[in-house]
Design a protein around this ligand. Structure first.
Ligand SMILES: Nc1nc2c(ncn2[C@@H]2O[C@H](COP(=O)(O)OP(=O)(O)O)[C@@H](O)[C@H]2O)c(=O)[nH]1
Ligand SMILES: [Mg+2]
Length: 460
C-alpha cells in the first residue's frame, strides 16, 4: 500500500480525478460539496491494475487552505501532481511543487487534466509548458498524462503510470520507531477515541501501549482502508482506536509514539533552504509558522551564523517552538510567514536537543557530534535524540574519544590524593565507578577505593 498526495492549483481537477480513480468523493464536507471547493484533506483508495493498493490524500489547492495541504503531505511517499490543460501552470502549482520538494517527496506522476476542454494542439503546448516548469525538480522527466475526469480519457494510462510510480517508489522505512502524526480525531462509537494518519517509522499492533500527545494509551483496534488489522506497518493510512484518552484531548498535529523512546523538544537546530522566488531573505530573528508532521506550530527563528539567509540559499537556524514535539534529525519542515501568507522555505531537523549556545552551534546530523558535545551520553538518551542505537563504550554510556581514559585518570588522582585510607566508594559518581572498574591499579576493600599494593601488582 502506498500513500499518494494530490497537489496543484485550485480548480484544476484534483478532487474530480481522485473521484474518477477511486469512486470516492474526497470532498467530505457539505460545505465542500456545495462550494465545489476542497477545504480540508480528503481520503480515498483504489486498487491499481497490478493489484497493488494505493491511498490518496486529496489536498486543497486554494492558498487559504495551504495549512491543510501541508498537513496532508507530511508522511507521503509520492504525489499525483495536477495541472489543468485549460489554465496551465499557476501560483499554487509552483508553491505546491516547492513544498513537495522541501518535505522530501521524490516521486510523482503528472496529470494534465481537462483535456476534453482543449484541442490536441493546445494539449501538446500545455504538456511542454508543464515539462518546462518541473525541469530541475524531482518531477523532471515524470510522465505527463493527459486525462479527463468528464470523458474518462487517459484514466487507464494514468492508472498504469500510478502502478509504475508505486513500483519505483521505495517502501516506507521501518526503523522500529512508529510515529503517527494525527490528521483526524473522532469519538469512537463504543468508547475511546479514533485517530487517523499516515503511519511512518515502524509497526503498530493491537494491544500496544503508546503515548498520544503525552497521554498513555492502549491500541484497542486498528483499521486500514476500512479493514480491521491486528498490526500494520509504516507507509499506510491507518485509524487507531485508542483507550485512555478523550477525543477532546487530541487534535491534528499531535503525534502517537512509543512513550520513553522519544525526547519531545521545543528547541531544534535545523537547516533552512529559502525559496529562490522569495523577494527577501530570512533575517536574524523572526516569528513564523513551522509545518511539521500534520501540524502547524508557531515558531521563533534565529539564524545561526550570518545575519541573513538569502533567497535561493541554505543556512542553519535554531527554532523555538511553543510546545514540545517528538522530533528526530531528518524530519522535514516548511516555514511560512503567517502575516504575509507566504512560504519562506523549508529544511531538515539536525539536532533535537542542542546544548551549545546559538552563537557556537554547528549542527549537523552526525551522531558523533552529539556524543562529542556531551562527552558521555546514556545509550537510551542517544537513541531518543538521534534515532540511532549505539553500543555503549562503558557501562550504559557512549563516550567521546579520550573521555574514559580521562575519567580513569581522574579517579586515580582522587584516590592518590586521599592517601592510604583511600576514598569511600559511595563518594564516587556513577561514571567514576564505571571508570574504576578499568583501573587495574585500584581496588575496593570494605567499601573504600585504594591503590593496589605495589608488591601484589608486581607479583601478579
Ligand atoms: N471539463 C472538465 N472539467 C473538469 C475536469 N475535472 C474537473 N473539472 C471541473 O473543474 C472544477 C474543479 O474541479 P475540482 O476537482 O474540484 O478541482 P480541485 O480544486 O483541483 O480539486 C469542477 O467544476 C469540475 O467539474 C475535467 O477533466 N474536464
Ligand atoms: Mg479539490
Amino acid at each position: 500500500m502506498r500513500v499518494v498526495a494530490t497537489a496543484g492549483h485550485v480548480d484544476h481537477g484534483k478532487s474530480s480525478l481522485v473521484l474518477a480513480l477511486t469512486g470516492t468523493d474526497p470532498d467530505r464536507f457539505e460545505e465542500e460539496k456545495r462550494r465545489g471547493l476542497t477545504i480540508d484533506l480528503g481520503f480515498a483508495h483504489a486498487v491499481l491494475p497490478s493489484g497493488e493498493g494505493v491511498s490518496f490524500i486529496d489536498v486543497p489547492g486554494h492558498v487559504r487552505f495551504l495549512r491543510n495541504m501541508l498537513a496532508g503531505v507530511g508522511g507521503v511517499d509520492a504525489c499525483l501532481f495536477v495541472v489543468a490543460a485549460t489554465e496551465g501552470w499557476k501560483p499554487q502549482s509552483e508553491e505546491h511543487l516547492r513544498i513537495l520538494e522541501l518535505v522530501g517527496v521524490r516521486h510523482g506522476v503528472i496529470a494534465l487534466t481537462k483535456v476534453d476542454a482543449v484541442d490536441d494542439e493546445w494539449g501538446e503546448l500545455a504538456t511542454l509548458d508543464v515539462a518546462d516548469h518541473v525541469a530541475g525538480s524531482f518531477l523532471e522527466g515524470a510522465p505527463i498524462i493527459g486525462v479527463s475526469s468528464v470523458t474518462g480519457a487517459g484514466l487507464d494510462d494514468l492508472r498504469a503510470a500510478l502502478d509504475e510510480l508505486v513500483a519505483r517508489t521505495p517502501s516506507a522505512a521501518d526503523r522500529q520507531r512508529p510515529r503517527l502524526w494525527i490528521d483526524r480525531v473522532f469519538a469512537a462509537r463504543g468508547s475511546g477515541t479514533v485517530v487517523t494518519g499516515t503511519l511512518t517509522g515502524g509497526r503498530v499492533a493491537v494491544g500496544d501501549h503508546l503515548e498520544a500527545n503525552g497521554h498513555a494509551v492502549r491500541v484497542r483496534a486498528i483499521q486500514s482502508l476500512g479493514t480491521p488489522r491486528d498490526e500494520i506497518g509504516p507507509g499506510n493510512r491507518v485509524a487507531l482506536n485508542l483507550v485512555g484518552v478523550e477525543h477532546g484531548d487530541l487534535e491534528r498535529g499531535h503525534a502517537v509514539v512509543q512513550g520513553g523512546r522519544w525526547r519531545p523538544t521545543e528547541l531544534v537546530d535545523a537547516s533552512l533552504s529559502v525559496l529562490p522566488a522569495l523577494d527577501h531573505g530570512v533575517s536574524r530573528r523572526g516569528a513564523y509558522a513551522a509545518y511539521v508532521g500534520s501540524g502547524e506550530f508557531p515558531v521563533k527563528v534565529r539564524v545561526l551564523g550570518p545575519d541573513v539567509i538569502h533567497p535561493g540559499a541554505e543556512g542553519l537556524v535554531r527554532l523555538h517552538l511553543q510546545r514540545s514535539l517528538p522530533l528526530l534529525p531528518g524530519d522535514r519542515f516548511i516555514l511560512r510567514e503567517s502575516g504575509r501568507n507566504e512560504t519562506v522555505g523549508g529544511g531538515e531537523v539536525l539536532d533535537i536537543a542542542p546544548i551549545r549556545p546559538a552563537s557556537k552551534a554547528q549542527p549537523d546530523r552526525s551522531v558523533d557530534r552529539v556524543v562529542a558535545e556531551r562527552g558521555w551520553v546514556d545509550v537510551d538518551d542517544l537513541e531518543a535524540m538521534t534515532g540511532e542505537r549505539r553500543q555503549p563504550t562503558i557501562g550504559r554510556w557512549v563516550t567521546a574519544p579520550g573521555q574514559i581514559e580521562a575519567m580513569v585518570d581522574h579517579v586515580r588522582a582522587t584516590v592518590a590524593a586521599a592517601g592510604p585510607l583511600g576514598v569511600d566508594i559511595s563518594a564516587l559518581g556513577e561514571r567514576e565507578r564505571a571508570a574504576l572498574a578499568l583501573a587495574d591499579d585500584l581496588t575496593v576493600v570494605t567499601g573504600r577505593v585504594r591503590q593496589v599494593a605495589l608488591s601484589s601488582t608486581l607479583g601478579s
